[in-house]
Design a protein around this ligand. Structure first.
Ligand code: UGB
Length: 412
């Protein structure tokens, strides 16, 4: 027995011997190395050949003075049309889309196949992922970004506000953050919305870019307006050339199944009633009206915006001068009421709709949208040429070809 005052253990009981310490450190280094090697292998497997080959070939420019464009939301309605138009004239185009299920992902996949056939590759990914964006910009020195990825839908926003914050605000900041440090720094053209004009009553006068935009009636509209403020800040602080396009109600072949004209055709074909909202303004029961604009006209507006965007001035993250900042209304310049829209559909289908007319009760819909497009005409030569009769005829033709008759599809 040791004496009571003698310690039971040696005086430095926890200190490892030098050998122990060596072993401990080596083990740590080994674990750290293995972890980073695994991460490297994983990311290079995911983002290298044939991934980079597909991206590089999709981004290849086939004309003199062509541009290379990253199109976000490329499997969407407007994104797929714009991507094809750019590719067809010889520009380099790479798409990115998260293929979410807000509406039929199978329609998005079909658009993807169509684009793939024409040499446009769409990356299956989320633009909230900064690392993915970096991989893309490190692979291709994009000259332009056409940002069309967004959570759309006026009514859906009432019950799902956070989705709009994630997909319209957070993702936009992530994208601009990556554009900010790119070298070359791309010019950004992006989809705002005519809904930013909100609930103001203009006595049937058209909205112009000078009008107030502080009365949004839905979270969707608020997030688009917020996007405009964010874009303005990045333009000022970091020299990004930015153009916001305030789209009005865009329609046409390969359109969005959640929109009214799309659900109306389905219901007319299947004999189900359609609901036509009207505004109960001072009990006057006004029909709602929209400035419907055909997709081919919108595509021309997008492409002209890219071509005239001017250069960003902050390549590599250091701004050396002011860069263009623009906002354009893109609509048709002629409002059409919802009953008029239904009549054109009925004429094309040679069928009658069963109509329910209902007063809107503060559901967030703006009652009237009519747009002044003179600024876009002056600055980018925007001049829509498709009237509603012609445009809806094309849409109906496409719809019957795509879905067949009788109607049979997974979601509208
Ligand atoms: O960025 C935008 O500006 C938005 O444009 C579009 O919104 P809106 O112009 O409201 O189009 P849309 O829903 O087709 O309703 C058309 C009209 O039919 C009325 N409407 C609608 C549905 C119905 O069942 N009955 C009806 O009368 C309805 O009250 C309205 O008066 C996009 O949908 C939206 O996602 C967003 O992109």
């Amino acid at each position: 027995m040791p004496p009571l005052d003698e310690p039971l253990l040696p005086s430095t009981p926890c200190k490892p011997t030098p050998r122990w310490r060596m072993f401990f450190i080596s083990a740590l280094v080994l674990v750290a190395f293995t972890a980073s090697y695994m991460t490297f292998v994983h990311s290079s497997q995911r983002y290298s050949n044939p991934w980079t080959n597909s991206i590089r070939s999709s981004a290849h420019i086939h004309r003199d003075n062509g541009i290379s464009v990253l199109v976000t939301g490329a499997a969407g309605f407007i994104g797929s049309h714009v991507s094809l138009a750019l590719k067809n004239r010889g520009d380099g185009v790479v798409g990115v889309d998260n293929f979410n299920n807000y509406y039929s992902p199978s329609l998005k996949r079909t658009r993807q196949s169509l684009l793939d056939f024409h040499g446009v590759y769409i990356v299956d990914g989320d633009i909230n992922d900064y690392r993915l964006l970096s991989m893309l910009f490190n692979t291709v020195p994009f000259t332009h970004v056409m940002h069309l990825a967004a959570q759309v839908g006026v009514q859906y926003a009432i019950d799902n506000p956070y989705v709009y914050v994630h997909n319209n605000i957070a993702s936009f900041i992530t994208l601009l953050e990556r554009c900010k440090v790119s070298n070359p720094q791309p010019a950004v053209v992006w989809a705002s919305s005519g809904s930013v004009y909100g609930i103001q009553n203009k006595n049937n006068n058209p909205f112009s870019e000078m009008d107030r935009v502080d009365l949004p009636s839905t979270i969707y509209a608020s997030t688009k307006r917020t996007g405009e403020e964010i874009a303005r800040t990045y333009n000022r602080l970091h020299g990004l050339s930015i153009t916001a396009l305030r789209f009005f109600t865009v329609y046409g072949p390969w359109g969005r199944p959640d929109m009214a004209y799309f659900s109306f055709i389905k219901n007319i074909l299947t004999g189900e009633p359609i609901t036509m909202y009207r505004a109960n303004r001072a009990k006057n029961h006004l029909h709602l009206a929209r400035d419907f604009v055909y997709i081919d006209d919108i595509v021309k507006g997008c492409v002209a915006s890219l071509d005239t965007s001017g250069k960003s001035t902050g390549s590599g993250g250091s701004k050396n001068g002011s860069a263009p900042y623009r906002v354009f209304n893109l609509g048709n310049g002629s409002p059409v009421t919802v009953p008029e829209l239904v009549t054109v559909l009925e004429d094309n289908l040679k069928m009658k709709a069963t109509k329910d007319v209902m007063d809107m009760c503060g559901n967030g819909d703006d009652s009237f949208a009519y747009v002044n497009i003179s600024l876009a005409e002056k600055e980018i030569g925007f001049k829509p040429t498709t009237d509603l009769q012609t445009g809806l005829k094309e849409f109906v033709k496409w719809y019957l070809w795509y879905y067949g008759k009788p109607f049979d599809c997974d979601r509208t």
